[in-house]
Design a binder for this molecule. Structure first.
Ligand code: PGA
Length: 266
């Protein structure tokens, strides 16, 4: 039985002080549940101080990026070996890194391997852009990304993975993917993994949806077969909204939700 997971990707937002304030709010609004892993992914500067203070029963930590070499003359980079011990998860292959930092599938494959080598769990993001969707290439893009990004892992290592289906056109745009679209993509992701690594391993892999997720859509998404949770961007910095998403995923009601702040910019 796979455990659900909700991860909040804070992206390049929040100072360390602001990060702690947000954690305080989240702490007040979210109860620990054995049913759902809640992973907070702050910026690299907040990761270390947060790792000292966070209640491990309630929240786990994720990094937003690492470099694939463990050490060396790579000015400005932070390695998976350095992040290990501070974080349990690392987001990798996010479309913003593919787009703005030129990360190719080859680089992503090396990062995935470094994350696993250093005993953390990759949250590997895959997804098509708008043109690819319009050209009916979604399935092919997902297959290509998965095949290339996981090429350095053993079958056993794949079992521990988290994959986030993140259609690029739905990220930070307020435009959400319809449950049918997400459901189709998840089928492609799972059948690709099954073809490459077999059914038993695939059954252990958790698959999330990410892209403009807010609490209002969560109940519908949770009806999707084989969806195990969410990677949340903008809404993860709104403590009430994020808490509501977590609570719904835990199977309890969203609780009283103050009106959502309109501009949830990524
Ligand atoms: P969003 O971001 O929820 O703001 O669309 C999701 C993500 O980038 O993972």
């Amino acid at each position: 039985m796979r455990k659900r997971l909700v991860a909040g990707n804070w992206k390049m937002n929040l100072t360390v002080d602001e990060a702690f304030k947000l954690v305080d709010h989240l702490d007040k609004n979210i109860s620990a549940s054995p049913k759902v892993d809640v992973v907070l992914c702050p910026s690299m500067v907040a990761l270390e101080p947060m790792s000292q203070k966070l209640k491990p029963m309630k929240f786990q930590l994720g990094a937003q990026n690492v470099y694939f070499q463990d050490s060396g003359s790579f000015t400005g980079e932070v390695s998976a070996a350095q992040v290990a011990g501070l974080a349990d998860y690392v987001i990798v292959g996010h479309s913003e890194r593919r787009m703005h930092f030129g990360e190719t599938n080859d680089i992503i494959a090396r990062k995935v391997s470094a994350i696993v080598r250093n005993k953390m769990t990759p949250i590997l993001c895959v997804g098509e852009n708008l043109f690819e969707r319009q050209d009916n290439e979604t399935a092919q893009v997902l297959r290509d990304q998965l095949t290339a990004d996981l090429v350095m892992l053993t079958t056993r290592e794949v079992a521990n993975l988290v994959i986030a289906y993140e259609p690029v056109w739905a990220i930070g745009t307020g435009e959400i993917a319809k449950p049918e679209q997400v459901s189709k993509a998840i089928k492609v992701i799972r059948s690709t993994l099954e073809g490459l690594y077999g059914q038993a391993v695939t059954n252990e892999v958790r698959v999330l949806y990410g892209g403009s997720v807010v609490a209002d859509y969560v109940a519908d998404y949770l009806k999707i077969k084989d969806l195990d949770g969410f990677l949340v961007g903008g809404a993860s910095r709104n403590p009430y909204e994020f808490a509501a998403i977590v609570k719904l995923t835990q199977g309890s009601g969203a609780g009283k939700l103050p009106k959502l702040t309109k501009a949830l910019k990524s």
